[in-house]
Write a protein of this length. Structure first.
Length: 256
């Protein structure tokens, strides 16, 4: 596929507090968005696409950019959203709008992984539903011509090696200055592990929503290099580990 423009959107929590008077207050009132900075999935995808394909990438985070502005800015050849349990309807509304403008539409995230076939079957404006970590599978899709009218669920062909992912940054985040102006007030997301040790040894819990088998760990030096980048470039001084399960004593010992 020739170089194009891809836009990612992280939709606002549909359960937001209607009485919150500010972004900061609304974030504090919801455990699902405790830090006020974008989640890592789209940041890693953007880094992969820029590094391996050289495409133009934009990320919209609805907690800082109004929906009206995002909708008016939709001009990507491809538009993708993160579908969580608390923003499902909002996520679909963006894909519907993007399809009306002629974009190829993608959806990923925990809810998309869990409801993949239903989302595809019930929404004709959704082209691709990604299951689990999408760094490798998305690059594979974008690296070849996309058949006209193709619609399908895409599961992983291989899980990404955390030590081979490029470092992410916030340069593709639209309106990032809103967050960066108060970087000292927020914790920046980071993650050095994916998967669960219990699932490896004894199988997944019946209520588990993590669609990732096995356990992968990032080298501690690389983990702290990412933190150093975010501190030196953007001024963050607090970081929040978002890994699936940090209860791995030997890894915690290696980090400290």
């Amino acid at each position: 596929m020739k170089p194009q423009k891809i836009q990612f959107i992280f939709p606002k929590n549909e359960l937001e507090d209607p009485h919150a008077e500010s972004l900061e207050e609304n974030i504090r009132s919801h455990s699902l968005i405790p830090q006020g900075t974008p989640f890592l999935g789209q940041l890693y995808l953007a880094a992969e696409i820029k590094c391996k394909l050289g495409w133009e990438v934009e990320i919209f985070y609805e907690e800082i950019t109004p929906k009206s502005k995002i909708l008016a800015s939709l001009n990507g050849d491809i538009v993708g959203v993160s579908d969580w349990f608390n923003n499902h309807g909002n996520a679909l509304s963006y894909l519907h709008a993007a399809k009306q403008k002629g974009a190829i539409t993608l959806v990923g995230g925990p809810n998309a992984s869990a409801m993949r076939q239903k989302i595809l079957n019930n929404n004709s404006f959704v082209d691709y539903v990604f299951v689990g970590d999408a760094e490798n599978s998305l690059i594979e899709l974008l690296s070849k011509p996309t058949p006209k009218g193709e619609r399908k669920v895409i599961s992983h062909s291989s899980w990404p090696n955390l030590n081979q992912l490029p470092f992410f940054d916030l340069d593709t985040l639209v309106d990032k200055d809103i967050i960066l102006s108060s970087a000292d007030k927020y914790s920046m997301h980071t993650s050095g592990l994916r998967g669960c040790p219990k699932a490896v040894e004894k199988g997944r819990c019946t209520f588990c929503s993590i669609p990732v088998p096995g356990l992968r760990l990032m080298d501690p030096d690389r983990f702290f290099e990412q933190i150093r980048l975010m501190k030196e470039r953007y001024g963050f001084t607090h970081f929040f580990e978002t890994g699936d399960d940090l209860a791995i004593p030997e890894y915690v010992d290696a980090l400290v």
